[in-house]
Ligand binder design. Structure first.
Ligand SMILES: Nc1nc2c(ncn2[C@@H]2O[C@H](COP(=O)(O)OP(=O)(O)OP(=O)(O)O)[C@@H](O)[C@H]2O)c(=O)[nH]1
Ligand SMILES: [Mg+2]
Length: 402
């Protein structure tokens, strides 16, 4: 579990430097603020960091303890021997944890509606969509830096400013190459877990990029082993006027792709690979390693939880996917985790689907759209913080007092 640690100094920068020196780069800035009156003696500013406790506490553990306390500990240890000294060290550690727990329980939470509270909301949201600690820390530091160079102090104006900055930073983290790609689609293999929407998306792609662009479409399917799957795909292919071939094994891919003309659109359907199909994935991966013309798009249902999405991208690593397709977007109110998967994996999102209509419910992904999928969640959190267009809590308090 994480614990919190405060640093006081005459400037935020000095406090940050000291904290970084002592805690290292893994520590997360939780918030910074002007020191409360009772702590002014220790410095004008306070920064609070979250750190994962080390396996074994290093010697510097008590470094932020009050100097008096340290001196007392020293003298007591001198008079009473090493056993007491060890006990004192352990007590100091416990006090640190207690203090952290108090801070967390809201005893010294940042004032409502403040920048510090808003940054906490940003941190919560980034954690919720599954961005790792390092990216969270990076985002928070960038937002704090922007805020400190002239942010509106609180309320809806701050909400708007933070929202805009958050979107800017997210956009800069998204891998480039979003959408169908400059060179257009040529040979695309759709892979993903069972029921993700691979076949439906393939048929949508065939209609949109084949029929509409008057290109010849060749559908290849490795998914024939599932009962009924071949029949379903053949029916669609017949309606679209596309050639459709069922392949028994991945090795047949090479010859089938080589047989296509340069301007053809080749679409490869695959069975839903589950957690027990590691071997089949390795086999297909080995073929794809040679067939570099085939671009693998990993189909991820946006309805899955962050942890499950991570497991899925790990499962399909043997196929070395180059793009992500996010499906079932019509079935979730929180698509942020799926969009953040692009940042986590470094793979650009090519397409989005939000329904089963062919081809209407297929959309080329855009940078703005993906950013919005993550930013909407933060917007909701800030709404909760500051209310919908109502005056900021601090302003309301002043009005009531007047
Ligand atoms: N609501 C919604 N349904 C979808 C979407 N995409 C696909 N579906 C539906 O989800 C179900 C599974 O879609 P398929 O295309 O068969 O999925 P698959 O990945 O090929 O499944 P397997 O081949 O069995 O692994 C079907 O009922 C589709 O109509 C989507 O974006 N939104
Ligand atoms: Mg299928």
């Amino acid at each position: 579990s994480m614990r919190l640690k405060s640093y006081f100094a005459e400037s935020v920068e000095t406090a940050l430097e000291e904290a970084r020196r002592e805690l290292g780069p893994d520590a997360l800035l939780v918030y910074s603020r002007e020191a409360p009156p009772e702590a002014r003696g220790r410095g004008a500013y306070e920064v609070v960091f979250a750190v994962s406790p080390p396996e074994k506490a290093p010697e510097g553990e008590g470094a932020v303890a009050e100097p008096e306390a340290a001196a007392e500990g020293g003298s007591a240890a001198e008079t009473a021997g090493p056993a007491v000294a060890a006990e004192l060290r352990q007590m100091r550690r416990r006090i640190d944890r207690l203090a952290a727990a108090l801070i967390r329980s809201g005893v010294s939470a940042p004032p409502p509606g403040s920048l510090a509270e808003a940054l906490e909301a940003v941190g919560d949201e980034l954690a919720a969509v599954g961005l790792d600690d390092r990216l969270q820390a990076l985002m928070l530091e960038r937002l704090r830096a922007k805020a400190e160079s002239g942010a509106p102090p609180e309320g809806p104006a701050l909400q708007a400013a933070l929202g805009a900055w958050f979107r800017e930073e997210l956009a800069s983290l998204m891998p480039s190459g979003v959408g169908a790609g400059e060179s257009g689609l040529r040979a695309v293999l759709l892979a993903g877990p069972p029921g993700a929407g691979k076949t439906t998306t393939l048929v949508k792609l065939a209609a949109r990029y084949g029929v509409e662009q008057a290109r010849r479409v060749r559908i290849l399917s490795l998914a024939g082993r599932r009962v009924g799957a071949a029949h379903e795909l053949r029916t669609y292919a017949a309606i679209l006027g596309a050639a459709c071939r069922l392949l028994e094994t991945p090795v047949e891919l090479s010859a089938a792709v080589a047989g296509a003309e340069a301007e053809d659109l080749v679409l490869v359907d695959t069975p839903g690979y589950g957690s027990r199909d590691a071997e089949a994935l390795q086999e297909l991966g080995a073929v794809l390693e040679r067939e570099t013309a085939i671009e693998v798009h990993l189909v991820l249902p946006a309805t899955r939880k962050t942890a499950d999405l991570r497991r899925l991208t790990a499962r399909f690593r043997p196929l070395r996917p180059r793009r992500l397709i996010l499906t079932h977007l019509d079935e979730t109110e929180s698509p942020g985790s799926a969009a953040a998967e692009a940042i986590r994996t470094g793979l650009p999102v090519s397409f989005l689907t939000a329904g089963d209509r062919i081809p209407e419910d297929l959309e080329e992904a855009s940078l703005e759209g993906l950013v919005e999928m993550i930013a909407a969640g933060l917007e909701r959190r800030l709404e909760e913080l500051w209310g919908c267009g109502c005056p900021a809590p601090a302003a309301a308090g002043r009005a009531a007092a007047a």
